[in-house]
Ligand binder design. Sequence first.
Ligand SMILES: [Zn+2]
Length: 655
Amino acid sequence: MQVRALAMSVGLVALLGTAQAREIPGGKGPAASDVPMAEHAARVVDYTLRATLDPALHTVHGEGSIAWTNVSSQPVTQLWMHLYLNAFKNQSSVFMRAPIGGFRGSTLPKEWGTIDVRKLTWNDGATQHDLWAKVQLRRGTDEDETDAAIPLPRAVAPGETIALDVVWDDKLPSIVERTGFDGSFHMIAQWFPKLAKIEQDGTFAHFPFQHLGEFYADYGKYDVTLDVPEAFIVGATGVVTESRVEAGRRIERHVQDDIHDFAWTAWDEFQTRKETIDGVACTILYPPGYEGHAERELATMRFALPHYGARYGKYPYPLLTLVHPPASAPEAGGMEYPTLITTGGGSYIVNGVNLIELVTIHEFGHQYFYGLIASHETQWPFMDEGLNSFAEAEAMAAWKGPSNFIDLLGVSVGDSEGHAERARHFAHDDRVAQPAYAFGTGTSYGALVYSRTATILETLRRVYGEEAMQKTMGAYARRFRFQHPVPRDLVETFQREMGNEAGEVLRDALFDKGWIDFKVEAISSHAVRVAAGIFDRDGKRATTPPDRGSSGKYEGWVLVNRRGTLHLPVEVELISEDGARTRVPWDGSTDSIRIPYAGTSALRAAVVDPDQRVLLDEDPENDFATAAGHSGGGAPRTLERSTYWAELVLGAIAP
Ligand SMILES: [Zn+2]
């Protein structure tokens, strides 16, 4: 989903730290690029659909067939089907009555949306079973109609494939969330009767359309013929295999294998730019007057396609369509579907504020963390939004350096630092690893699922090194391509590739609100005086008088505390009056460490984690301490929170 909320709440962090890779402790085993990667998904459900758009009435008439295979180990006696457009049918839907605000817009649609199934039959050899006659649209007294139970007249055996015929009608809502129409612009997502994902044990992972979570489905082949008025430009999932104009209608057939959803858009004002990037046919659909934005989106893809391909395995589809919605329909922006993403940003975003690039790269990243690695978004949203936010920040920094988010009028913000700042305030509120609907507010959901996950992973990258991180995330992305991994798969991959300690940090931070705060508690040093007293040296006894003056040497100590539950290795830098700097590594295994100091001048200051590798650190302002009598001026790190600036700059971007 989109990242606008991130932009609104990010604080500015000046003087950004840059991570230098450290040696790899877990550097055993093959490189990530050697990890075998599936070429195709197991085919569970195939949709062959035809959809006819009436752009004046904002309706879609659909019909077609669904071939579904029971890939579980158990006989199945009932199907579950998602009818998500009914989320916009009335205010009693789970979606509309969600108390959660503060993330995506929460206004009511000006026009309601519905999906009405007219026919659902099972052609079982000689018999046509009317399945819709027995549908249970609602659960008890709950009026939500987005999650339908469909009893079957007989059990479907494990391994058996059944053929369903379906006819339905959509009334699209006015766009308030993700899908709908605005004038003649139509963004058509979550629009067809869609079977819930079957699990190995024969149960279906079915759920109502949630405000903050929706994606989880089986892979298959989509063969969808779209029928729109001739004047409309279409963008859709999948390769165009047929295109013709017939009696004033434009008819396009889109076919794609190895995907788990299908979305499309149609508008009679779309402008088009096309470019083949890294072997992928990219199309930008954008409103008139947005040529500059289209160019920035293309430039983003020129970087992102090869970058993500190297890190997480080559993008496997032959095409990618980027839809920039009209300014009057911003809620259609910032969404992800297989081979089709929606970006966004008003016409006034200036160069130096990389919001268009950031949103584009984020939504493209979902082709991996959602599309190719199809975790359960409602149950474990951090597994796609969080991993994807890490990948977004990593890519932005690799592309544009430390000031990769904002570099304007002396204001400098990195995406990773923005995530860290946003996440810091919510670290103790909720677990990161929990279902989307369990978060108290949309704000904490956004801060923890997106930003805290990104900060945890960025911390591991900085502490254990770029190479170890690429190897670990690369192995995860390749091993679970076209799979549906769960959190254990992720944690085990980190344990195996990056080492047990890194795996522990990841698990504790995700599941147990793990936190850490390094603090320079105290520093002390004194001049070493020539010792007084009786000394036996070289067979002679000598008594030295008191106060023989300074020896020219200084000694002392620095006390550093590790507050919190996470254990991470760190460095402590000791800074002397004469400018000498010494770095001391600490494995962070204990609660505190007293580091001895010896030098030729007094100890002036000490800083823990001078390279800012532990981005998770809860209070960066106590990472530095000076000796008594010294001000903090000239501190090696100045952390500046300019929330006012953030509001001013980002508020103008994303009203
Ligand atoms: Zn997202």
